[in-house]
Design a protein around this ligand. Structure first.
Ligand code: ADP
Ligand code: MG
Length: 572
């Protein structure tokens, strides 16, 4: 194919515009992103080579090479990873290969217009970070196993790019950044060293650079030889320590290292909320370094979102997002699991079935839940922040993970008629403060707290001093069904069926009143019933109201108004 000029997908142009103009707080990270991509590409080549060694073409000297060129004003990042075909370049670099592209850009724009540039930080812009420091980027790449098909891609980040065939001897990708005048500092050896040390030290492969030193030749006696002048010596140095951070013991890893590694595995730009690092021995032996993010990703509830943690087997990368390692309701957890027991040539199909993985999953879930329990007990405010981000996802666990019901129910927090807006109550606290006369746990479901507070259904409960939980997440309907009861107190919707709040005496009293009312207003009831015949099942006198004249009530086993709302939203 001859050289073609193409337009970026609209969202990419918008994204680039944001990257160039708003994402200025820490430009150094462009190098982290490119090294991270190079490392990912080597991971992929290594994995593929296990089933097809020919793609290596005899070269398995894995390496990321950095080449600053002061004369040309360019910084090159070269890897011998998997490379890309032309189609892959178009797909990965010309579009945003993320799920929900549009919403991603919208969310990012919103963050920018909220005048909070640090919020943009939560969106990993990856490769596009190059344009923070370069006014032109040239990418040359060749897919492993496709020796005759190189591709050259080039862009000034201005809405279009060119793409063409080219020849490339070696497999892998080379990215040349033509640095903007004001960012020539990125050609400086010490600058590069310090960035690699800070952000990419744990990268599993050597990140190398040629270092040239000027030396004065010395004689055998160690004395300088007079008049010999100086000589230049160039040698390749590895800039990172390459220590697999999860394989080290906790005491050997600094907070900073944990954070940087998190950013590498999660592609998140923010610090994690919590780091969980542990090793398991016994029936299954593995090391795990898990992270709970601080903020929910914008696509947490999008079905096409890929989830899971990285899987390694004895320090060899197997897969980026291993779904089998964690259940869906913990899909926000990021990190690495390194198993000592799995076979190296484990296929993706086997991953779904494997009993070893199931054991690991069980142990990971236990660890995550016990960590959350601990945070809730010891650092409640922090837990609350976490809950506000991830509570709705965690709740799904009650429905899907019956085995952990006991633990999960203790992690639940709700707003209620007895909490101030923004404060929460746990089920345990709720039960502890139940008045003696109260036998059940009451809740009401709906869209938000403000609306629920107005509900006439609450009147009788307020009058009695009974607390009512506000359930405002769509998932809550499933939560109450799954929970059913807590400490043998059943959960009861205040707007379903007939609620029984009164003692025997009070009941008799009210029955008497109802009888009288029927005599007096029976014809009115008949009248209303006839008028609303097609709309409601029944019209009756009720004890549940104190101030309002009437309210709508669902059958005990029918759908309530909120459930109907959810079903409608789902087009059911
Ligand atoms: P992410 O790394 O989060 O997927 P990036 O913008 O950093 O997003 O990269 C986009 C995609 O481009 C990668 O997923 C990968 O498929 C491809 N890519 C980027 N750099 C390389 C590279 N050095 N070698 C091979 N593929 C690459
Ligand atoms: Mg990347």
């Amino acid at each position: 194919m001859s050289k073609a000029t193409k337009q970026f997908q609209t969202e990419v142009t918008q994204l680039l515009d944001l990257v160039i103009h708003s994402l200025y707080s820490n430009r150094d990270i462009f190098l982290r992103e490119l090294i991270s991509n190079a490392s990912d590409a080597i991971d992929k080549a290594r994995f593929e080579a296990q089933s097809n060694e020919t793609i290596l073409e005899g070269n398995s000297d894995w390496k990321v090479k950095l080449i600053p060129d002061k004369t040309a004003g360019t910084l090159t990042i070269r890897d011998n990873g998997i490379g890309m075909t032309m189609a892959e370049v178009e797909e990965n670099i010309g579009t945003i290969a993320k799920s929900g592209t549009k919403s991603f850009v919208q969310a990012m724009k919103a963050a920018a217009s909220a005048d909070q540039p640090e919020l943009i930080g939560q969106f990993g812009v990856g490769f596009y970070a190059s344009f923070m420091v370069a006014d032109k980027v040239t990418l040359t790449t060749r897919r492993a196993g496709a020796p005759d098909h190189g591709t050259r891609w080039e862009s000034a980040g201005d809405g279009s790019y060119t793409i063409e065939d080219c020849t490339k001897e070696s497999r892998g990708t080379e990215i040349v950044l033509h640095l903007k005048e004001e960012f020539k500092e990125y050609l400086d050896e010490w600058k590069i060293r310090s960035i690699v040390k800070k952000y990419s030290d744990f990268i599993q492969y050597p990140v190398c650079m040629d270092i040239t030193r000027t030396e004065t030749p010395k004689g055998v006696d160690g004395e300088e030889i007079e008049g010999a002048g100086t000589i230049e010596k160039t040698e390749e140095q590895t800039l990172n320590s390459m220590k697999a951070i999860w394989a080290r013991s906790k005491s050997e890893v600094t907070e900073e290292e944990y954070k940087e590694f998190y950013k590498h595995v999660s592609h998140d730009f923010e610090d994690p909320f919590k780091t969980i690092h542990f090793a398991a021995e016994g029936t299954s032996e593995f090391k795990a370094l898990l992270y709970l993010p601080a903020r929910k990703p914008f696509d947490l509830f999008m079905a096409e979102r890929k989830r899971g943690v990285q899987l390694y087997v004895r320090r060899v990368f197997i897969t980026e997002k291993c779904e089998a390692l964690l259940p869906d309701y913990l899909r926000f957890v990021r990190g690495v699991v390194d198993s000592a027991d799995l076979p190296l040539n484990v296929s993706r199909e086997i991953l779904q079935e494997d009993v070893q993985l199931k054991r690991i999953q069980k142990s990971l879930v236990g660890k995550v839940l016990s960590t959350l329990t601990e945070i809730k007990e010891k650092e409640y405010d922090q837990y609350l922040t976490f809950w506000k981000e991830f509570g709705p996802v965690l709740k799904e666990g009650l429905h899907f993970d019956y085995a952990n019901k006991e633990k999960l129910q203790e992690l639940l927090l709700f707003q209620s008629t007895a909490t101030e807006a923004g404060s929460y109550v746990s089920l345990k606290e709720y039960v502890e403060r139940m008045p003696e006369a109260q036998k059940e746990i009451y809740y009401i479901t709906g869209e938000d707290r403000e609306a629920l507070e107005q509900s006439p259904h609450l009147e009788a409960f307020r009058a009695k001093g009974f607390e009512v939980l506000f359930l405002t997440d769509p998932v809550d309907e499933w939560v109450v069904q799954a929970l059913h009861a807590y400490q043998e107190k059943s959960l009861k919707a205040v707007d379903r069926g007939d609620v029984d709040l009164d003692s025997e005496e009070e009941k008799k009293e009210k029955e008497k009143k109802q009888e009288e009312a029927k005599k007096e207003f029976g014809s009115l009831l008949e009248f209303i019933k006839n008028r609303l015949e097609s709309k409601v099942k029944e019209v009756r006198f009720s004890n549940r109201l104190t101030d309002s004249a009437c309210c709508l009530v669902a059958d005990e086993y029918g759908m309530n108004a909120n459930m109907e709302r959810i079903m409608k939203a789902m087009n059911q």
